[in-house]
Design a protein around this ligand. Structure first.
Ligand code: TXA
Ligand code: MG
Length: 318
């Protein structure tokens, strides 16, 4: 996969500086970028995605010195996490600088910040400045993990830098360390336990709310319908699994469980399931299938908690 050249990066940066939108690859999913300091461009991100305006955005930076432009104060625990995991799939919620547009933070006093681990993202941000970047999909559907997914969702109006398929395939871990404990607001590739250890903080009890029936979501975005294809999603669970699947059903399987059918997809492990999950949801819709059954990721496997969170949300469609 050839990566965008310098001329393409410069064209994209110019479009961003003029208030336009540019989709770009990260290690997690593709982001829909706009200049974080341009309130009008930020507003157009919400329109383009059909995103509820009370769901705040993540600001993406390319260098540690940019942190101070966005965050008013960085606790020692957050510094330690940045040292250990940036660039990488970790988003920190920090007190905001006053000049950050309200549209970015949905009026909150905090701002979410991350440094993505992808050369194209880093080059684009270095050329244009800090960027807000929600996943570059229509709000509610599966996040895009290829440039084609972005084009399918947002059409030709949005410029897309094609960096090939995303390496991780699920969105970053979002954490808050402002209360003297580590709260995971959205689970991801980096687990609560490894983050708490590096931060030197205790884990907050029951912080991530994987199930939408629990009240008061800690991260505003977690209350909305997310990640769901048109097809119905459900768990494929051991003994309850039909050995022979109907032709209108896809199964995503990580163990050697006995299921057969035209649309059984056997993944090597939970990493491969994460990397392909959203693309397989999209494929099910393209094939006109009615159901996608996903095997529960075995406890303790890489990305198991993040997978359970996204799949459960696709099942409940909220
Ligand atoms: O991996 C990712 O994080 C991707 C790539 C493109 O970087 N981006 C992404 O953005 O997933 P988005 O907008 O789809 O999700 C942002 C999440 C939402 O759940 C939102 O509610 C939460 O971060 N968030 C943003 N600002 C926040 C804040 N100040 N406090 C709490 N949660 C916040
Ligand atoms: Mg999203």
């Amino acid at each position: 996969m050839s990566q965008p050249d310098e001329a393409q990066i410069q064209r994209a940066a110019q479009r961003l500086r003029q208030g336009g939108l540019v989709a770009f690859p990260t290690e997690t999913v593709y982001g829909l970028g706009a200049l974080a300091t341009d309130a009008q461009a930020v507003a157009s991100v919400f329109t383009c995605k059909g995103r509820p305006s009370d769901n705040p955005l993540i600001v993406h930076i390319s260098a540690r010195r940019e942190v101070a432009q966005v965050a008013r104060h960085v606790p020692a625990a957050a510094q330690a996490l940045m040292d250990a995991f940036w660039p990488g799939p970790l988003t920190l919620v920090l007190p905001r600088q006053p000049h950050i547009p309200d549209g970015v933070t949905a009026g909150l006093d905090t701002v979410a910040l991350r440094m993505p681990d992808h050369p194209v993202a880093l080059r684009l941000i270095a050329a244009a400045g800090p960027l807000v970047a929600p996943s570059a999909n229509r709000s509610g559907g599966p996040s895009p993990t290829t440039a084609q997914h972005v084009r399918d969702d947002l059409g030709a109006a949005v410029m897309v830098l094609d960096g090939g398929p995303c390496r991780i395939g699920l969105e970053s871990t979002v954490v808050d360390v402002s209360q003297g404990e580590l709260r995971v607001l959205r689970p991801g590739h980096l687990t609560a336990a490894e983050l708490a250890q590096v931060a030197g903080l205790p884990l907050a009890a029951g912080a991530a709310r994987a199930h939408p029936s629990q009240s008061a979501p800690a991260s505003p975005g977690m209350k909305y319908r997310h990640y769901a294809p048109q097809a119905t999603v459900d768990w494929l669970r051991g003994s309850a699994a039909p050995a022979q699947l109907p032709p209108d059903t896809m199964a995503l399987v990580v163990t050697d469980i006995d299921v057969r059918g035209a649309n059984v997809v056997r993944l090597k492990d939970t990493r491969e399931l994460a990397q392909q999950l959203y693309g397989r949801f999209r494929e099910a819709d393209e094939l006109g299938l009615r159901r996608v059954l996903v095997e529960e990721p075995p406890q303790g496997e890489p990305l198991a908690e993040a997978l359970r969170n996204r799949i459960q949300k696709a099942i409940t469609r909220r």
